[in-house]
Design a protein around this ligand. Structure first.
Ligand code: ADP
Ligand code: MG
Length: 540
């Protein structure tokens, strides 16, 4: 092993490698979804975005219009006619009740899950598809329908949804499931208890204390009649003891075995079919391995009263490669694929949503087709399409026009793209930031299509300036490839004849904005005046 290798490994262990942003993290534009974290939406301009002010509710009285002199920040904005009827409908948190172009997938799911309504265990299902192909929306829709129907026919069937991006360890998944089922069991017990206590009161008043027949008007929840008041009292005590026995799992602290057992007992408390939906299951496996899936998939052989069926949803088509073969075959009994939407399908989705989201006639004819076309390029992502439409609407609102037009959509596309870049750059590891900064400095000094060696030289000086470790040139080459994959730089290999081959590197993102994000990092911000480094390059 050479010294270089050793150094590389040490650097990797020190974290720069491990932190390298997974391109999947940049998927969608989820940071746009969580208000407040969107850097472009801080304070000021954001106030109108949050839906706190409903423009409809404020009637502007012409006569009481404030003087020109006293016009405030919001007066102009309020004067424009509102464009949105209900902006929430365009946000990812909204679950639509109609999902055009997903009929086939939804029917497939239903055909498999209907088994649960017959009291049998449905096959496990694995759902695949890229982000924004409607997996979560379809799964939630199907689970709501399933629960409604099970109530209608009084078949005990329950669906539990877990988002594994949030709940990402075996412990947490099991604890969350345990506590949900404990809650449900407690509700069932409480219902029964209250019915039995009523029955007890009636029995106590009765002249013949030896027979207690369940009053058909009282819902005793599948409890039959009792031979004597004593038997009824015994049953009440039993239920009270059951209720005491359930102990919710804390969010940390117990041995995993105990959490599993708690969950197991809670599920098996009474007869039912349980469908567990694990959304973003690839994130769980990536972070915590496949133990959870292994444990869940072998439960049925031990459960006495209930049955469990798993529905896994994954954005990553290849994640089963990492699974234990037993888990893989059990989980993938049925597979359903969600293909990307094409532009025409995206149009239908947007059309349907826009009818609820916008006031009539607020969209120019080109708006929906253009949003659909942009999102179709973005691997057919419906989330992106809806984001674009919402952002275009917000931009039009800010322009105080009453119609969203093509130009607003183009601006929205730029804004979303820039927000994405800002977020990706902001979360890069420091070493990658330094490499990117070196590229920017070269470009700013008129060196376009620079090569790895030049980037490396500037990078090295930057590291020395701020006291960061200097990686090997080979490692820096890797970081450049990562930046290329993230779409931040463009690196092409060019042949230099007998001098071998080199990479030509150019920036693929707006230079000013990217530099600003880099300099907002406190370490990079320490580089006071970078000009001399680049200048030195020409002196060499
Ligand atoms: P995924 O889970 O595959 O990443 P989602 O189900 O979260 O995708 O869908 C992303 C967004 O697009 C959500 O706002 C969802 O409501 C919407 N959406 C996706 N498919 C459809 C569809 N067929 N009809 C209506 N809205 C859809
Ligand atoms: Mg999803």
């Amino acid at each position: 092993m050479t010294d270089d290798d050793t150094a590389d490994r040490a650097e990797d262990a020190a974290g720069s490698g491990g932190e390298a942003d997974d391109p999947a993290d940049a998927e969608g534009v989820s940071y746009l979804d969580t208000d407040g974290t969107d850097p472009a939406r801080t304070a000021g301009a954001g106030a109108l975005d949050d839906g706190d002010i409903d423009l409809d509710d404020i009637v502007l009285d012409e006569a009481s219009d404030p003087d020109e002199a006293s016009r405030g920040l919001f007066d102009d904005l309020l004067e424009g006619k509102p464009i949105f009827e209900d902006k929430e409908v365009l946000r990812p948190s909204y679950t639509p009740h109609k999902l055009p172009h997903r009929e086939e997938q939804i029917n497939n799911m239903a055909t498999i899950l209907v088994t649960a309504l017959r009291g049998d265990t449905p096959s496990n299902i694995l759902i695949y598809g890229k982000t924004g192909t409607g997996k979560t929306a379809s799964a939630k829709f199907v689970s709501e329908e399933l629960e409604t129907t099970s109530q209608k026919y009084e078949v005990p069937c329950e669906v539990e949804y877990i988002n594994c991006e949030v709940t990402d360890t075996q412990y947490r998944v099991l604890a969350q499931l345990a506590n949900k089922f404990i809650e449900k069991n407690e509700a069932v017990i409480d219902r029964k208890l209250s019915a039995l206590r009523t029955l007890h009161e009636t029995a106590a008043d009765s002249t013949d204390p030896d027979t207690v027949v369940a009053d058909p008007d009282i819902d005793t929840g599948r409890e039959g009649s009792f031979e004597s008041v004593a038997a009824l009292e015994e049953r009440i005590e039993e239920l009270e003891a059951d209720r005491e026995r359930f102990e919710p799992a804390p969010m940390t602290g117990w041995p995993t075995d105990r959490v599993y057992q708690t969950f197991f007992d809670a599920v098996d408390y009474h007869e039912r079919v349980v469908v567990i939906m694990l959304d973003e299951i690839d994130k769980l496996v990536e972070k915590s391995g496949d133990d959870t899936l292994y444990n869940l998939s072998r439960m049925n052989s031990e459960l006495e009263n209930s049955r469990v069926s798993i529905m896994g949803i994954s954005n990553d088509l290849k994640f089963t490669d990492f699974l234990d073969p037993r888990v893989k075959s059990s989980l993938g009994e049925e597979e359903i694929v969600f293909p990307p939407y094409d532009a025409t399908q995206l149009r239908d989705i947007l059309q349907q949503r826009s009818e609820v989201a916008f006031k009539p006639d607020s969209l120019d004819d080109d708006v929906i087709p253009l949003c659909a076309a942009f999102a179709a390029q973005e691997h057919g992502d419906a989330r992106r399409a809806l984001d674009l439409l919402r952002t275009a609407g917000e931009l039009a609102e800010r322009d105080q026009t009453d119609e969203v037009n093509e130009e607003h959509v183009r601006k929205a596309q730029e804004k979303i793209e820039l927000d994405r870049v800002v977020e990706v750059v902001r979360t890069l590891p420091t070493q990658s930031k330094l490499v990117l900064y070196a590229t920017i400095l070269l470009e700013k000094n008129g060196v376009h299509n620079t090569n790895t060696g030049e980037v490396f030289n500037i990078y090295k000086r930057l590291c020395e300036e701020i006291g960061a470790d200097v990686l090997t040139q080979r490692r820096v080459t890797d970081l450049i490839s990562e930046l290329d994959m993230l779409g931040i730089v463009n690196a092409v290999v060019v042949s230099k004849g007998r001098y071998g081959r080199t990479k030509e590197i150019s920036l693929s993102v707006p230079i000013e904005e990217t530099e600003a994000v880099l300099l907002s990092d406190s370490r990079i911000g320490e580089v006071e005046d970078a000009q001399p480094f680049v200048q030195a390059r020409f002196d060499n």
